[in-house]
Design a protein around this ligand. Structure first.
Ligand code: ATP
Ligand code: ATP
Ligand code: CA
Length: 218
C-alpha cells in the first residue's frame, strides 16, 4: 500500500530516509530550509520544498496533517527539532518519528508526544559491531532486550542437511523463519527442507539461543 510520508531536514540521515521511501514506491514530501538540500532531493522525492520546519503556517499550507508519517530529521539544531515536533503533534499528525541527538533531547521528545525516537548513529554502531565480531551475522533486528531476528550465513557444517536432521528448534530453541538462496526466498520452510552452504538463514529466538546456534550450530 502506497503511503504518504514527509521528511523534514535533509541531512545525511533525512535524505537517506527520503530516497529509500521513494525507491520503495511511496509518496514523499522532502522539506528543508536550505535550498541546496532541497534541490538535491528533487529527483528522489515526489515533491521537494524549501520551508522552515518550525513555521506553523508553512507546515499547515503544505497539508502536513494529512500525511501518514512525518519524519523530523533536523539534526544539530535541537531547539528546532523540538519545536517542529511540538507543532506537528499539536496539529494532530498521527505518526511523528524523530531523530534524537542525545538523551536529553530524547526525553523532551518523549514528553511532547513523539511517536518514535531514533538514534541512528548509536543503532548503526551496534549493528556494525555485530558485523565485526561475526562474519556469519549479516543483519540483526532487536525485537526486545531478549529477543532478536538475525540473518546468518549457512556454513559447510550444515550443508545438505534438513531442518529436522539438524533439529534446530529442539537443540537451540531458535526458529528458522525463512531461507534465502540467491534471489529465491523460502518463507516458513518445512522440516524436510535442505540447507545449502551460503544460504542465508533468517532466524528468530532468544539472544542467548541465537548466539549458541551461531557458534555451535553453524
Ligand atoms: P546528518 O544526518 O548528515 O548527520 P544532521 O542530522 O547532523 O545530519 P544537520 O545538518 O544538523 O544534520 O540537519 C539536518 C538538516 O536539517 C539540514 O539539511 C538542515 O538544513 C535542516 N534543518 C535545520 N533546521 C531546519 C528547520 N528549522 N527547518 C527545516 N530544515 C532544517
Ligand atoms: P516440534 O514440536 O519441535 O515442531 P516435531 O516433532 O513436530 O517438532 P517437525 O516439525 O517435523 O517435528 O520438526 C523436527 C525438528 O526440526 C523440530 O523439532 C525442530 O528442531 C526442527 N525444525 C523444523 N522446522 C524448523 C524451523 N523452521 N526452524 C528451526 N528448526 C526447525
Ligand atoms: Ca550529524
Amino acid at each position: 500500500m502506497r503511503k504518504q510520508f514527509a521528511v523534514i531536514g535533509l541531512g545525511r540521515f533525512g535524505s537517506s530516509v527520503c530516497k529509500e521511501l521513494y525507491k520503495l514506491g511511496h509518496d514523499v514530501l522532502a522539506i528543508d530550509n536550505n535550498e541546496e538540500k532541497v534541490n538535491n532531493m528533487t529527483q528522489f522525492s515526489t515533491h521537494s520544498v524549501i520551508a522552515n520546519g518550525t513555521d506553523e503556517n508553512a507546515l499547515h499550507s503544505l497539508g502536513i496533517r494529512n500525511f501518514d508519517f512525518v519524519i523530523v530529521a533536523i539534526g544539530d539544531n535541537i531547539q528546532s527539532s523540538i519545536l517542529c515536533t511540538l507543532i506537528l503533534k499539536e496539529m494532530g499528525v498521527k505518526n511523528v518519528w524523530v531523530k534524537a541527538q542525545n538523551y536529553y533531547h530524547h526525553r523532551v521528545l518523549e514528553k511532547i508526544g513523539a511517536d518514535r525516537i531514533v538514534h541512528p548513529e548509536q543503532d548503526m554502531g551496534i549493528r556494525i559491531a555485530q558485523h565485526l565480531v561475526s562474519e556469519k551475522i549479516i543483519d540483526y533486528i532487536e525485537l526486545s532486550d531478549e529477543y532478536s531476528i538475525v540473518e546468518l550465513i549457512a556454513s559447510e557444517k550444515v550443508a545438505g542437511k534438513s531442518l529436522a536432521q539438524l533439529d534446530i528448534r529442539a537443540k537451540y530453541g531458535c526458529t528458522i523463519l525463512a531461507i534465502k538462496r540467491n534471489k529465491d526466498i523460502n518463507i516458513s520452510p518445512f522440516p524436510q527442507d535442505l540447507i545449502d552452504k551460503n544460504d542465508i538463514l533468517i532466524v528468530i529466538g532468544h539472544k542467548n539461543d541465537l548466539k549458541r546456534f551461531e557458534e555451535e550450530g553453524l
